[in-house]
Design a protein around this ligand. Structure first.
Ligand code: SAH
Length: 218
């Protein structure tokens, strides 16, 4: 899958291709979907969410411009798959998921697969994780209407934030890379058109649709 569907489509960073080769995607899928683990497609997981398409995971991780040894924040843990790919390259991965059930399950899978450098938090990722900031890189796996200011402020100088942003509707976005070039100076690059599940939170979309309600909230 990595050679045919990922390298072939233009992801070339050796660190990223190696990381993709070394994470068993099936371990992050519900048992009945494991046979589809190596098709290059997003697949459904619990709570109406998705495990991202491998090509998109590879592309987003490559866009973080990691060299190894970094501290990275991920918003939208989902299955934990993308966090695992980042964890093969970075030193520490902090990842936040708004559905408690997904956060618990992902933490269990990551532990079972031996990823002891990934830390999972149940909460609103649009507020970042101030205790572990600043980050070398932040990757957001859900699409919001704008770039959360809080996340920009949790980047190191030189740090990169990769995030799908689209204000027109909740399902289509443009993938952006924002680089903090100086304390108060940010550079934005547009990478490609993407479709992610909505980023729901204080600096994201409001949870006003039934399928955006976490089942475990009260
Ligand atoms: N990286 C995941 C993809 C998960 S899809 C994987 O590899 O499987 C995106 C996830 O973002 C969903 O699980 C969704 O619940 C979560 N999400 C949406 N808004 C969020 C927020 N404000 N904070 C944390 N997680 C959020």
């Amino acid at each position: 899958m990595v050679d045919r569907q990922i390298a072939h489509r233009g992801v070339h960073a050796p660190l990223v291709l190696d990381a993709m080769r070394n994470v068993p995607r099936e371990a992050f899928l519900p048992p009945d979907l494991r046979e589809f683990a190596y098709e290059d497609k997003p697949l459904p997981i619990e709570e109406g969410q998705t495990i991202s398409q491998p090509y998109i995971v590879a592309l987003m991780v490559e866009a973080l411009l990691l060299e190894g040894g970094e501290t990275v924040l991920e918003i939208g843990t989902g299955s934990g798959y993308a966090a695992a790919v980042v964890a093969k390259i970075a030193k520490h991965v902090y990842t936040i998921e708004r559905y408690g059930q997904l956060a618990v399950k992902a933490a269990e899978t990551l532990a079972a697969e031996g990823f002891d450098n990934v830390h999972v938090l149940h909460g609103d990722g649009t507020l970042g994780w101030p205790e572990h900031a600043p980050f070398d890189a932040i990757v957001v796996a859900a699409g919001g209407p704008r770039v959360p200011e809080t996340l920009k402020q949790q980047l190191k100088i030189g740090g990169r934030l990769v995030i799908p942003v689209g204000a027109a509707d909740r399902r289509t976005q443009e993938l952006l890379r924002i680089t903090r070039v100086a304390q108060d100076e940010f550079q934005t690059e547009e990478l490609l058109d993407v479709r992610f599940v909505p980023l729901v939170g204080e600096e994201g979309w409001t949870p006003d649709r039934p399928d955006d309600q976490p089942l475990d909230s009260n």
